[in-house]
Design a protein around this ligand. Structure first.
Ligand code: GRF
Length: 201
């Protein structure tokens, strides 16, 4: 049985692309069955379309209330019956409907070593703080901002001449490898969450 992945994106989709490449090997154990976005006109949607993967766009501003957007997003994703939902650069916080449907199988890749530097400017905040090591964190999503149980982390050095751009790119390379490795392990081997402790057998 091949696991069904729905990937949520807001941007360039380099993590999505890495997952699609991994899924091309049947031994990987997963298929991206749909890609969802919170905005039109992003490169990630073109990557999905080029790979023949169905896409949908669900924009907050098309709904009178955030909770209605959350319901609509939940319905879009549920239609594809995912085993795992992956936020890969998805810049929206989901709400209670989405979490009621997918908590425990909704994961996010974040470009800092949580709990340091949550939010959408991980590399910028790490540089500004002056840390020497940062990285990427794969975690389950809960109701907080980048606060859910941690699945995996990878360290990335901060170099003296780093800019936000160079550091962001170095993190992304490590982040993609981590995402592909752990999604594969999760779909092939399963996982447990006890409190904050995540175990992949
Ligand atoms: C990732 O680095 C993620 O951590 C951050 O946005 C980036 C997404 O990049 N939130 P991409 O769209 O997968 O290229």
């Amino acid at each position: 049985m091949t696991a069904r992945l729905v990937v949520l994106i807001s941007g360039t989709g380099s993590n999505l692309q890495a997952l699609l490449q991994a899924c091309a090997d049947p031994a990987y154990g997963a298929t991206v069955v749909a890609v969802g976005a919170d905005r039109d006109g992003i490169a990630g949607l073109e990557i999905a379309a080029a790979a023949g993967v169905p896409t949908f766009v669900c924009r907050v501003r098309d709904f009178p209330q955030r909770s209605e957007w959350d319901r609509a997003l939940t319905d879009h994703v549920a239609r594809y019956r995912p085993d795992l939902v992956i936020s890969a650069g998805f810049l929206k916080l989901v709400g209670e409907h989405f979490l009621a449907a997918f908590e425990g199988r909704y994961i996010n890749t974040h470009n800092a070593l949580l709990p340091a530097f949550p939010g959408i400017h991980g590399p910028r905040d790490a540089l500004a703080y002056g840390v020497k090591i940062t990285g990427a964190t794969l975690h389950f999503v809960d109701a907080g901002v980048d606060t859910g149980p941690i699945i995996a982390q990878v360290a990335v050095p901060v170099l003296d001449d780093d800019t936000e751009e160079t550091l962001t790119e170095r993190i992304k390379q490590a982040e993609r490898r981590q995402l592909v490795e752990y999604v594969g392990r999760m779909v092939r081997e399963g996982w447990t969450i006890q409190g904050r402790k995540v175990t992949i057998p």
